[in-house]
Design a protein around this ligand. Structure first.
Ligand code: NAD
Length: 310
């Protein structure tokens, strides 16, 4: 069997197209486009790329994107002051603080940011109010990556109701909200993590297997029931030739790419899973583009909800 490869780039473009008329209608009604404030702290190259992509996608969809950059030496107080300014601004509908924050800001920094963002503008869905609403099944703004996965499953006609879903990873930003959203769609959900015994055995129970771990090629074919849908959330940069070769084989097109660039972006799912899965998301070109599309959708939803309540 060779898995159907789910084209996340195409699905994301469909979602982005569906957002554009709403953005145009809001702009005509409000006399201004929906506005997304993005805060980037420091010089992390991967974060810089993600933010560039978000600014480009937002602008192309007709949003106003206000990018605020803080130097890597900025203090947590300075960062929280920017968040409070965006909270108070009438013009800003959504606020996103790009993760990860510089380690120098301290361990609890991200949580303090989530605690400070106005839930009405929380387009990442990480504030305690947003998380509480998500758990109660009444999210206004759900986290972008897991809600993108749900859109993807819907648009691919993959049934969640009654399915056995296994989520590997229990982070606040992917694993936990992913499990909640699958539960709300009537899947029977198991959440696994680094202390779960016999992960391959648990994975083999899944009709829908979501990998959100952050380890290149960790989920091999032994984790997968034949015909299962496998969603690979992982984004890992491999810089070691022997690791890349172990994943893709010496004479693969991906290795030619590696030779050219000196690195590869790979998922948490090993390429040999394509031999057993029924459907599989690639990396890159799978879940990643959906995350940005859902950010645009959330920004429009936040703008519309704020306009209604004002
Ligand atoms: P995280 O480090 O916060 O969480 C990783 C989770 O994996 C933890 O819950 C941990 O218990 C679990 N884990 C780690 N090692 C394990 C092991 N050996 N066995 C079982 N479980 C294990 O990471 P995160 O923020 O949830 O991100 C996970 C991956 O998804 C990363 O590669 C990240 O880059 C990627 N990501 C992608 C997108 C996207 O848009 N596609 C968005 C967010 C995160």
């Amino acid at each position: 069997m060779s898995a159907r490869i789910i084209d996340g780039t195409f699905i994301a473009s469909q979602i982005r197209q569906s957002v554009s008329p709403g953005v145009a209608a809001f702009t005509a009604r409000a006399g201004r486009p929906p506005c997304l404030g993005i805060v980037l702290v420091g010089e992390d190259p991967a974060s810089g790329t993600y933010v560039r992509n978000k600014v480009k996608a937002g602008t192309e969809s007709g949003l106003h994107v206000d990018l605020r950059r803080l130097s890597s030496s900025a203090s947590l107080d300075e960062l929280l002051a920017v968040v409070r300014e965006l909270n108070a601004s009438d013009r800003h509908d959504g606020i996103l603080v790009q993760a990860p924050l510089p380690a120098a800001l301290g361990r609890g920094a991200a949580q303090q940011v989530f605690d400070t963002i106005d839930p009405a503008k929380d387009v990442d869905g990480f504030s305690p109010v947003s998380v509480g609403r998500l758990v109660q099944g009444r999210a206004l703004l759900a986290p972008c990556t897991p809600s993108g996965v749900i859109e993807m499953l819907d648009r691919c006609g993959i049934t969640m109701s009654g399915a056995r879903a296994v989520v590997i990873g229990r982070s606040e930003i992917v694993g936990k909200p992913m499990a909640m959203l699958l539960l709300q769609r009537d899947a029977t959900v198991t959440v696994c993590h680094s202390k779960t015994p016999d992960l391959p055995g648990v994975g083999r129970d899944a009709d829908i297997l979501v990998a959100a771990i952050g380890r290149a090629g960790f989920v091999t074919r032994d984790f997968v029931k034949p015909g299962a849908t496998v969603i690979d959330v992982g984004i890992n940069r491999v810089t070691d030739a022997s690791t890349a070769e172990g994943l893709f084989g010496a004479s693969s097109a991906r290795m030619a790419d590696f030779a050219k660039r000196g690195s590869l972006v790979v998922g948490d799912v090993h390429p040999n899973v394509a031999e057993v899965a029924g459907a599989l998301t690639p990396v890159p070109g799978g879940v990643g583009p959906l995350t940005i599309a859902m950010l645009l959708k959330n920004t429009l939803a936040a703008a519309e909800a704020r306009a209604k309540s004002s």
